[in-house]
Design a protein around this ligand. Structure first.
Ligand code: CA
Length: 244
């Protein structure tokens, strides 16, 4: 409580609100004792709340118990392979950012790790400063992904409220139209291929008649384009669509 009051005082002086001290939780999965202890201590010194576990089983339990902001994952673990664990998590819908920290450092190893769902890969031996920078980078990406309001020109999407407004006026979208618009708002100006869009909206895009995408795009245009001279979307022939 005293700490909070001291913080309030400095707020008055600088007229700037300090960020709330939210503890960032990091799970370290590492069976090498000295390295595990070193990581836990080093991360704690940088104000992270670090939990250290030494096996796949303990890591599974830890993740079932609570969420983490970043997971640092070793691959060679006594009761299994970190890659299999990662795969299991991704299949189970655990989307915590994972940084693989491994002595396996060939290009093939890295590709495999990233393809199986890791967000970053750092080879041992490593510099602790670099590990910290990579953790910060993962945290930044995550907080950007947590933006709950997307805005572009006259369109505003509230991801939490599931509402869309056009120049302040509410517009009704179906859930598919909403998902489709969200992809564009997340990638303004980028040409999004038909495959990419279909994969995100329908998941198994192989079964989807691609004309369906055009039907949805046309519905979206009908609802969102206020001025035919200034369209919101551009059709890129043979490729996909772009939010202008
Ligand atoms: Ca190991």
């Amino acid at each position: 409580m005293e700490f909070a009051l001291a913080g309030a005082k400095s707020t008055a002086i600088f007229c700037k609100r300090p960020p709330l001290p939210i503890p960032v939780k990091i799970l370290i999965v590492e069976d090498q004792r000295r390295l595990g202890q070193f990581l836990k201590k080093g991360l704690a010194e940088h104000a992270y709340t670090a939990t250290w576990v030494q096996s796949c089983r303990e890591a599974r339990d830890a993740l079932c118990e609570t969420g983490y902001d970043v997971i640092i994952l070793d691959l060679g673990l006594p009761d299994g392979d970190g890659l299999a664990l990662l795969q299991e998590w991704r299949k189970g819908g655990f989307n915590e950012p994972v940084l693989i920290l491994s002595a396996r450092d060939s290009v093939q190893d890295r590709i495999k790790g990233l393809d199986l769902g890791a967000d970053d890969y750092l080879a041992k031996p490593f510099s602790f400063e670099e590990l910290l920078a990579r953790v910060r980078s993962l945290l930044r990406r995550q907080s950007a992904a947590k933006d709950t309001v997307l805005e572009h020109r006259h369109v505003r999407m509230d991801l939490l409220g599931r509402t869309v407004t056009l120049g302040g006026a509410a517009v009704e979208l179906t859930s598919r139209e909403f998902a489709l618009l969200e992809i564009f708002l997340q990638n303004p100006g980028r040409i999004l291929t038909r495959t990419l869009i279909s994969e995100k909206i329908w998941e198994s895009h192989y079964d989807v008649d691609t004309n369906l995408l055009d039907v949805y795009m046309s519905k979206l245009r009908g609802k969102l384009d206020l001025d035919p001279a200034k369209p919101l979307f551009k059709t890129v022939r043979g490729v996909g669509y772009q939010l202008l």
